[in-house]
Design a protein around this ligand. Sequence first.
Ligand SMILES: NC(=O)c1ccc[n+]([C@@H]2O[C@H](COP(=O)([O-])OP(=O)(O)OC[C@H]3O[C@@H](n4cnc5c(N)ncnc54)[C@H](O)[C@@H]3O)[C@@H](O)[C@H]2O)c1
Length: 359
Amino acid sequence: MSSRTALVTGSSGLIGSEMVAFLDRSGWRVHGIDNNMRRDFFGEAGDTTWNLERLRAATSRFEHHDADVRDRRLMAELASEVRPDLIVHCAAQPSHDLAATRPFDDFEVNAGGTLNLLEAARHACPDSPFVFLSTNKVYGDAPNELRLVELETRYDYADPELREGIDETCRIDATMHSLFGASKAAADLVVQEYGRYFGMPTVCFRGGCLTGRNQSGAELHGFLAYLARAIRAGRTYRIYGYKGKQVRDNIHSYDVCTAIMAYAANPRPAAVYNLGGGRANSVSLLEAVDRFEELCGRRLKTEYVDEPRRGDHICYITDLRRFRRDYPDWELTVGLDELFAELAGAGELARSAATRGPL
Ligand SMILES: NC(=O)c1ccc[n+]([C@@H]2O[C@H](COP(=O)([O-])OP(=O)(O)OC[C@H]3O[C@@H](n4cnc5c(N)ncnc54)[C@H](O)[C@@H]3O)[C@@H](O)[C@H]2O)c1
C-alpha cells in the first residue's frame, strides 16, 4: 500500500469524490477541497453535502477542507503544508448555460482558481503530476461544422473517417464556446503552459459527458443524472432543439479515475487528451429517454423547446486514440448498459467507487 498524499479539489463533486474514494482505497492520504459552491450555482439539487458525508463515512485517510479555490493565499498555504504527490483539480463552475448569468464567478473559479492552484503547485510540488479536468467545450461549436447525417434517432458524422470521433487537433479558437467554454479554455491553456514553460507534469483531460451515481444532477448540469432523476420523480424534462437527436458520449467517473492514475504513474509534461466514452458509449437524447423508460418502467414527460442551447454540440463523440496510444493498459470498464442501470438505480447491475476495489 502506498502512503502518498493527494490534493483533490472539488472533492464533494462527481469526479472529485470518486477520486477521493479511489485514492483512499488505494492507501493514499487525501486532502479534499470543496466549498459546496455547486449548491450556490444550482440550488438544492446541486447540494453536495450528502456526498461529503458519504465520503467521510466510507474513507479512512480523507481530510476535508471547506475552502475556496479562488482564495490564492489559502491554496498556496495548503499546498505547501501538504506537499502533495498528486493534484487532481476538479473544482469548477461546470455549466455551459449558467456561466452567462454568473460570468465573474465562472471565470474566477474556472480560470483564476486553476491559476491559483498551478502557482501553489509550482512552489510546493513542481514535480507532482497536476491533473486538470478540462472539457470538450474548449472546442466550442467547431464540431458542429462537420457534415452530419440524420438517422432515425440520432445524428452521426457523414465522413467515415470521423467514425472514432473528435480528436485533439480540433481547433479551439474562432468558435462559440459559451462563457464556460471560454473560461475552461483559458484554464486549459494555462495548464499546458505550466507544462511547457516550467516543465511541470501537467495534463488536461478534455471530458465528454462524465457521469455516475454520485453526481448531484441539476437541469443545467449533469445530462444523464438529471434525466434519471426527472423520470424517477415524474418531473417534466425539457429537450432543447435538434429534435432530441443530439449525441453525447458518456464515461463513468470510475473510468475517469483510472485514466488519471494511468497518467499519474507515467506523466508527460503539457499533455492534452480527450476523454469520454467513445462511440460505444454514445447515445442521443431520444435514445437515452427510451433506455430510462424501459429500465424504470414508466414514461418520461417531455417538453420540446424548439431552440437549441447556444453553442450546444449536435454530435460529439470522443476520439480516445491518443490516450490509448500513450496508455495502452487503460480501458473503459463501464459500458452504457451498466451506466444506465446505475443511474436508474437498477441495483444489481450498478457498480460504483464504493463497491469497486483498487486497481
Ligand atoms: N460532468 C461532466 O459531464 C463534465 C464534462 C466535462 C468536463 N467536466 C469537468 O470535470 C470537473 C469535475 O466535474 P464534476 O462533474 O465533478 O462537477 P461537480 O460540479 O460535480 O464538482 C465540482 C465541485 O467543485 C466544487 N466547487 C465549485 N466551485 C468551487 C470553489 N470556488 N472552491 C472549491 N470548490 C468548488 C463544487 O461544490 C463541486 O462539488 C470540472 O472541472 C468540469 O468542468 C465535467
